[in-house]
Design a protein around this ligand. Structure first.
Ligand SMILES: Cc1cc2nc3c(=O)[nH]c(=O)nc-3n(C[C@H](O)[C@H](O)[C@H](O)COP(=O)(O)OP(=O)(O)OC[C@H]3O[C@@H](n4cnc5c(N)ncnc54)[C@H](O)[C@@H]3O)c2cc1C
Length: 422
C-alpha cells in the first residue's frame, strides 16, 4: 500500500501547478496521471490546434514562456513540451500510466484505488480537468447510422470525415475553427449557431487578451458576479490562435461560404430542426462585444494611450441569416456531424458527498465540503481565468495554503505577477 500526505489526481496544468506549490512548501505529495503528463494535449486535440491565448500569457507558478515569439500561439505539441519542461524544472513527482478508479474514505484518511493498487492519503486533490468529456446532446443517439458523428476530442483533421457536407454544432472557439478547416478542405459546412461570445483577435493594434488583462476582466472573481452558475456556463471566446493573428468569426466564415443556421433543436434519423432566432442571438452577441470594446476605448482615453494605438476599427456585422427550419441531412449531402457543444465532467468514481444536484463538485476556492478533499482547474473556480494556463496558479496556491495551513507565500507565484511582456 502506497501512502503519501497529498495525492493529486491528474497531471495536467492544474496538477503540475499544485505540485510546484507543494514542492516549494516542502510537502510530501504524488501526482497520479492515467496517461502521460499533459495527456489531453497529446491525444485529445486536433492537429491544427494552437492555443488561443498568446504566448506571453502562458504563465505558471515560477515558470513563464520566455522564448522570443511572445505574441505567437503554441501548437498542442509545443504545449506538451512546455509542461514537460515545467515538470522537469522542479522534478515533479508524477506517476504516469496510473488510472484512478475510485476515491473513498478510509478511516481518518482516503483511499484512492488505481489499476496499480491502492494509495492512502490524508489529502486528495481532484485535478482531472474541466474539459473532461464531450457534452453531446442526447438526441445524437437518434441520428441515422449513415451519418458519421465525431466530437473535438477525437477529431484530428478533415481526412477523418467521409467526403460530403458537414454539420458543425456549436459556434464557440472549437466550432468556428473546425468549420473553417473543414470548409477549406472542400467539405461544405453548415454551422448551427447557439449562444457565443465574440471578440476580434486584436483591437486598436493589441491582442484582445491584452485588453482583457488590462481591464482586469480575467481577474474577476466568482464573488463579484451576479450569477455564478451562468458565469461558469459562459461560452468560450470565439477566437483562433493562428500564426497570422487573424480574426475568425461568423462574418469571416460567411465570407468563405459557410452556411449559418440557428441552434440545433432536434435531430431524428436524417432530419434536423433549428431555432429561428439566430439573427437575434448574433445581434445580442455583437452588443456584448461592443460593450467590451467601448470599455477598451474608454481605457485608452483614460490612460491617454490614444497616440500609441490604432484608430477604432470595429469588426464587421454578420449578414442576417435566413435560418433553416429543418434540414434533411441525406438530401443535403451532409454525411458528418461535429459536436462542438462543450464539455462535461464525470465523477462516478468519487464516493464522497461532494457533488451538487448537477453532478458538479461543490467547492469554494477549491475546498470541498469533505475536509481533506480539494478540486483544482474548475471553470471560474475563483477567477475568470481559473481554468486557463495563466489562471490556475493562483488557485493552486490557495489550495496548497489550505492543505499546509501555511500563511501566504506570494513568492511562489512570483512569475505570475511579473509585468507582462508587451
Ligand atoms: C480545445 C481546448 C483549447 C484550449 N485552449 C486554451 C488556451 O489557448 N489557453 C488556455 O489557457 N487554456 C486553454 N484551454 C483550457 C485549459 O487550459 C485546458 O482545458 C487544460 O487542459 C486544463 O488543464 P487541467 O490540468 O485542469 O486539466 P487537463 O489538462 O484535462 O488534465 C487532467 C489530467 O487528468 C488526467 N486524468 C483524468 N482522469 C483521470 C483518472 N481517473 N486517473 C488518472 N488521471 C486522470 C487526464 O489524463 C489529464 O492529463 C483549452 C481547452 C480546450 C479543451
Amino acid at each position: 500500500m502506497h501512502t503519501t500526505n497529498t495525492l493529486i489526481i491528474g497531471g495536467g496544468q492544474a496538477g503540475l501547478a499544485l505540485s510546484h506549490c507543494l514542492t516549494t512548501l516542502g510537502r510530501d505529495h504524488l501526482v497520479l496521471e492515467r496517461g502521460r503528463l499533459a495527456q489531453r494535449w497529446r491525444s485529445e486535440r486536433w492537429d491544427s490546434l494552437r492555443l488561443l491565448t498568446p504566448n506571453w500569457i502562458t504563465r505558471l507558478p515560477s515558470y513563464t514562456y520566455e522564448e522570443p515569439d511572445q505574441d505567437g500561439f503554441m501548437t498542442a505539441g509545443e504545449v506538451v513540451g512546455f509542461f514537460e519542461n515545467y515538470a522537469e524544472s522542479f522534478d515533479a513527482p508524477v506517476r504516469e500510466f496510473t488510472v484512478v478508479r475510485r476515491l473513498a474514505p478510509c478511516g481518518d484518511v482516503f483511499v484512492v484505488d488505481t489499476d496499480d493498487g491502492p494509495f492512502l492519503a490524508r489529502n486528495v486533490v481532484i485535478a482531472t480537468g474541466w474539459s473532461d468529456q464531450a457534452a453531446i446532446p442526447a438526441h445524437a443517439a437518434r441520428v441515422s447510422a449513415r451519418v458519421h458523428q465525431v466530437d473535438p476530442s477525437r477529431y484530428k483533421n478533415p481526412d477523418d470525415l467521409p467526403a460530403g457536407g458537414v454539420l458543425v454544432v456549436g459556434a464557440s472557439a472549437t466550432g468556428v475553427q473546425l468549420s473553417q478547416e473543414l470548409h477549406l478542405s472542400g467539405r461544405p459546412v453548415t454551422l448551427a449557431v447557439g449562444t457565443h461570445t465574440r471578440l476580434p483577435r486584436s483591437y486598436r493594434g493589441m491582442d484582445s487578451y491584452w485588453w482583457l488583462d488590462l481591464l482586469g476582466a480575467l481577474d474577476r472573481t466568482i464573488d463579484e458576479v451576479g450569477d455564478p452558475l451562468a458565469a461558469r456556463r459562459e461560452p468560450s471566446l470565439q477566437l483562433v490562435g493562428s500564426p497570422e493573428g487573424s480574426t475568425l468569426d461568423l462574418s469571416t466564415l460567411q465570407s468563405i461560404g459557410v452556411r449559418l443556421t440557428g441552434r440545433l433543436q432536434t435531430i431524428d434519423g436524417g432530419r434536423a430542426t433549428f431555432a429561428s432566432d439566430v439573427n437575434a442571438v448574433v445581434a445580442d452577441t455583437d452588443r456584448r462585444m461592443h460593450r467590451v470594446l467601448d470599455r477598451v476605448d474608454d481605457a485608452i482615453e483614460r490612460l491617454s494611450l490614444g497616440a500609441e494605438m490604432l484608430s477604432p476599427d470595429r469588426p464587421g456585422r454578420v449578414v442576417p441569416v435566413a435560418s433553416l427550419d429543418s434540414l434533411d441531412l441525406h438530401t443535403a449531402g451532409i454525411n458528418s456531424i461535429v459536436w462542438a457543444t462543450g464539455f462535461r465532467r464525470r465523477y462516478d468514481w468519487v464516493e464522497l458527498p461532494i457533488l451538487d444536484v448537477r453532478g458538479e463538485i461543490t467547492q469554494y476556492r477549491g475546498v470541498t465540503p469533505v475536509p481533506g478533499i480539494y478540486v483544482l482547474g474548475q471553470r471560474f473556480q475563483h477567477y475568470r481565468s481559473s481554468n486557463f494556463i495563466d489562471g490556475v496558479g493562483r488557485d493552486a496556491l490557495a489550495v496548497a495554503e489550505h492543505i499546509t495551513a501555511t500563511p501566504a507565500r506570494r513568492e511562489l507565484l512570483a512569475s505570475a505577477s511579473t509585468p507582462r511582456h508587451h
